[in-house]
Ligand binder design. Structure first.
Ligand code: PAF
Length: 289
């Protein structure tokens, strides 16, 4: 695996691949890689001739009181993991390379409305930071296809919308959520959980699955279901942020005749904020998790 720190050199290499007619697959990450990231790399491999991952802990998407400082930096281990799944290239720039003029005056990419609800309401400016850096990374890498995990459902929906609105010529693929054996979605932030919390945090997934089952069984009072779901989370000692039943594509509150529904949730533990989601298709009555 070749490693690049500079925009010019990664562009030059990828340009030569493109000239040979190679299809480029891209997996942007913030590092601290686990099996869910590696699954995205494998998916990119199946859909492209060459695969590039990036590792960049993007300060622009962290709020002032968030965990940018303590976000785990595990570059050596990440490189070994990427090599083990046959990733061809890694782009891991310094902050100066991505934001040479600082962040205050950096041009931003904003996806209105969708970025202001759910996680965007609790983390103002977060998605603006994501869409800005992803646009920059897309301009640097110019991938044919890029893969994002479904665990960050809202992020994926916003990126799809951004790509469509800005006519960015990249195909966006969704990677399935990878779960621990008790249902907890894999996440870099699971490392912040205490040993006491760990056995109970799958409550988020259990609750979202319960909501999905109630909807499938015909429950139509979505507001009441959302309230009950938040109570289930509080009962085991966590602070719910939101549980919301959404239209899977627009993320607007689901209407009763929507066929594609996603139940999204977020909750706070002592040291982390965890998110998860469960989708269900009422058209053929099968749940996708
Ligand atoms: O999902 C992430 O890890 C980040 O939000 C991303 C897409 C790499 C942008 O920094």
């Amino acid at each position: 695996m070749q490693i690049f720190h500079h925009i010019q050199s990664v562009r030059q290499e990828l340009q030569s691949q493109r000239k040979q007619g190679k299809r480029i697959g891209f997996v942007p990450t913030m590092g601290n890689l686990h099996d869910a990231h590696l699954a995205l790399v494998k998916q990119a491999r199946e859909n492209a001739d060459v695969v590039i991952a990036s590792i960049f802990v993007n300060r622009l998407q962290f709020g002032l009181n968030e965990d940018w400082d303590k976000y785990p930096r595990t570059l050596e281990a990440d490189i070994a993991k990427l090599r083990s799944v046959g990733c061809d290239y890694l782009f891991c720039p310094e902050e100066q390379e991505i934001y040479p003029n600082g962040m205050d005056t950096q041009t931003r990419v904003i996806v209105p409305t969708m970025a202001d609800i759910l996680c965007g309401a609790s983390r103002p400016g977060h998605f603006e930071g994501v869409t800005t850096v992803v646009t920059k990374l897309f301009n640097i890498v110019q991938p044919d296809v890029a893969v994002f995990g479904l665990k960050d459902y809202q992020q994926l929906a916003i990126i799809r919308r951004m790509v469509q609105d800005l006519c960015i010529p990249v195909e966006i693929l969704a990677g399935d959520i990878v779960r621990e054996s008790d249902g907890l979605a894999m996440s870099s932030r699971n490392g912040y959980l205490t040993p006491e919390e760990r056995p109970k945090v799958n409550q988020l997934y259990l609750t979202l699955t319960w909501v999905a089952e109630r909807i499938r069984a015909g429950e139509k009072n979505f507001a009441e279901l959302e309230q009950q779901a938040k109570k289930k989370i509080s009962t085991v000692g966590f602070r719910p942020d939101y549980v919301t039943i959404c239209n899977s594509r627009t993320l607007a509150p689901a209407a009763h005749d929507d066929d594609e529904i996603t139940v999204l949730g977020a909750m706070y533990t002592q040291g982390a904020r965890l998110i998860d989601n469960v989708s269900l298709s009422l058209g053929n009555l099968t749940a996708e998790t």
